[in-house]
Design a protein around this ligand. Structure first.
Ligand code: URA
Length: 207
């Protein structure tokens, strides 16, 4: 199996859909390769396309704030990626055929990372992850903030979806919901630690 950097190299040569023609940079994802928590967004926006890094624009600042304030972790402790690795023109929604063609990269990343917790940022990510793990997806509002146990080829894992940080910036009244959902993620991680004894978060992530 390829390493994460080999997958990133493959992504940087990708011609599976048309998005390579309009992108500035590919955005394969980044973070701690040993992290047991993975955040999956929708697709790079303008700033991500310029920098080649996920979640570095305004939505990224909010995500980074949630990770540090609510989970007491830094971006470098976790792995962050997207459903699509290229920016759709004018930030339009991903097309079903783009998701289908890009999906194998995300699957390969997940198989290597073997996450214990997958956090879906927004409906496009939640829809794909639910479908991949054979669960019915009926919209983000009904599932956000709930933990779903999944069986994967790397063992038991959990999926949780939250509102997309960009949606929260657009509708500030959702911020409280996002904060509460991140608090739930924090306690789910801590609960696991407590059951296993006096583990620190980092030890948990190294499991
Ligand atoms: N929105 C996303 O879904 N992903 C990013 O990387 C940035 C903004």
């Amino acid at each position: 199996m390829d390493s994460l950097s080999e997958i990133a190299e493959k992504i940087k040569n990708c011609r599976r859909c048309e998005l390579w023609k309009s992108n500035t940079n590919y955005v394969p994802g980044e973070g701690n390769e040993n992290s047991k928590i993975v955040f999956i967004g929708e697709a790079p926006g303008r700033e991500e396309d310029v920098q080649g890094k996920p979640f570095v624009g305004n939505a990224g600042k909010l995500l980074t704030e949630m990770i540090s304030k609510k989970l007491k972790l830094s971006r470098d402790d976790v792995f962050i990626t997207n459903v699509l690795k290229c920016r759709p023109p004018k930030n339009r929604d991903p097309l079903p055929e783009e998701v289908e063609k890009c999906k194998p990269y995300l699957i390969e990343q997940l198989k290597l990372l073997k996450p214990k917790v997958i956090v879906c940022l927004g409906r496009h990510s939640a829809k794909l992850i639910f479908e991949l793990f054979g669960m019915e997806f009926n919209g983000i509002s009904s599932i956000r903030g709930k933990f779903f146990e999944i069986k994967t080829e790397w063992g038991d894992s959990k999926v949780v979806a939250v509102y997309h940080p960009a949606a929260v910036l657009y509708r500030p009244q959702l911020r409280e919901v996002l904060e509460r959902d991140f608090e739930k993620i924090s306690s789910a991680i801590n609960l696991k630690n407590t059951r296993r004894g006096m583990r620190t978060l980092n030890e948990y992530f190294d499991l």
